[in-house]
Design a protein. Sequence first.
Lengths: 237, 394
Amino acid sequence: MTQTWSITYEIFRKKGSQAAHYDRFEMKVDPDEYVLDGIERIWAFHDRSLVFSHACHHSTCGACGMVVNGVEKLTCITPIRSVTKDGGVIRVEPMRNFPVISDLSVDMTVFYQRMESVGHQPVVSIAHEDSKGKFDPDDDLLRLSDCIECGLCISACPIALTTPAYLGPAVLAGAQQSGDLNLCVLELVDSENGAWRCHSAYECTEVCPSHVDPAWRIMDLRKKLVSRRIKKFFGVK
Amino acid sequence: MDKPQAIVIGAGFTGVAVAYDLAQRGIKVTVLERGPLVNGTSGRTHGLLHSGARYAVDDQESAIECIDENLVLRKIIPQVIEPNGGLFIALNESDMAYREAFIQGCADCHISIEELNPRQALTLEPNLNPKLITAFKVPDGTFDPLRLAMGFAASANTHGAEFHLFCEVQDFILDGMGNVKGVKYLDRSSNQINDINSDIVINAAGVWAGEVAALAGNIDLPIKPTPGVMVAYDQRLCQRVINRLNEPGDGDIIVPQRKMITVGTTSFEADNLDYIPVFDDQVQLMFDRGCELIPAIKHTKERGAFMASRPLLDSGTKGRSLTRTFKCFDHKESDNVDGLVTITGGKATTMRLMAEKTADLVCQKLGMHVPCQTAEIPILSYRKFHIAQTREVA
């Protein structure tokens, strides 16, 4: 039946120009609750000034990505049991490689603009096997695509850490998924800060909560770019 | 002349749709939301784009609003919708006893349905309970809650609306007569308290609308917060929304989305709206009821369980029989407090219509004669949404 654990949440705090610090909250939790449930209770019962992002609570919206004990997690589907033990600590920090609005919330505006620029398709055919690029144009059933634009892959990417100019895994995967490599998209992805900047660390695929496999897609995108260049060299349309 | 100014409290579905409609009609809009977009009830929906069939027997006013707005949303914001329709399935005699009323109700509410025999239904949805007796196709759909709201907010942005997130309203600024002239709010991201004046304030705080309205005086809103649990499973076991052909009840729906499905929901009354726990027995009930519709849920991993509180209107009845329609209150009329309008009740599916009626009232109060155009104009990409000010990189 239901267990109760005593754990400590260590929450990253930052308001305006104040120095960042961590606040500790001792909590009684059910280990099968999700990390986000505990954060929401801290806000509801302990500290109303806590800023964090969340919306759907079931992994379709991608709003609640955070760094939990050093690893990128979609907190609404991460059971407490999977990240700590009874008497243990959960350290929660905002995603890396994004501007912090406050505490645990980051600004996704630039990331969303980039997803828009590469033409990532938010709705795809049901038969569309996202990760392998299969497509059945006769199927009239549609579904929302796999990438929930949570940003976890960008937070986990060691190259995104070196420069904000790098488009990052989700955006490059979005270009691969859209399949429409028009001149505007090519200019973005076939470039120093595009597909060629990736060092194939595969951290993105490791943390993706939504079956996207961005690393595979970046490699596939490179194949497409190379094949395009070769064809161009030989004058093939 | 300067544009009239409006403050919208709350960035749930209602708030973002009201912000868009008002901004589109030429009003300068500021949205104050205590958390991020759709952090309350709106975000935590299973994402059903209602055909109205669920309410066609008991709540026809709401059913008609749903089917009309279903068709509008499919047209103006297809980028966040899975438009695959739904099925109502009967599994026993009690379900079959509802059949006649269902057919009649859908006809009354001009919801187009088509009856399928079990073989046809199983061809469309092979994972359905093979014991089903009959099925009806209905024009249900599925939407992504955050992106639905972001789309409306992005369109509001282009008409100059500003979204101040993590800004919690603390009090109203009143004139000497007790009329609302603005609000005082706490910006949680900087811990600063700010004032903002406006010609009108629209309270779109959903289940919290009663608490917000009470800040302006002795106002009593007939809202009955009615939470329910939903459970997501880690496999897409159906392509269409699957409903139980019967009176609305616990665990009567399975909604597919991306590569998962969500079973919903329960209906009870709660005290603390800021945190409603997920009860284990209700999760078990969703599992049991879900398995009746799609037995393969038995072998599917749970992905998440969550709770949301519907802002239903109190008409003196309880839980399931509360109406799903909405109401717009001019507090000048009801409480002699001018400058404040509350919009509450309704469904995600009717968000645009709720905003239209609210903006009609606001324009009338401000002496503006501008027609609503939101049913005709496509909503922008949700990725064009942006928050009010660019903040410093930490």
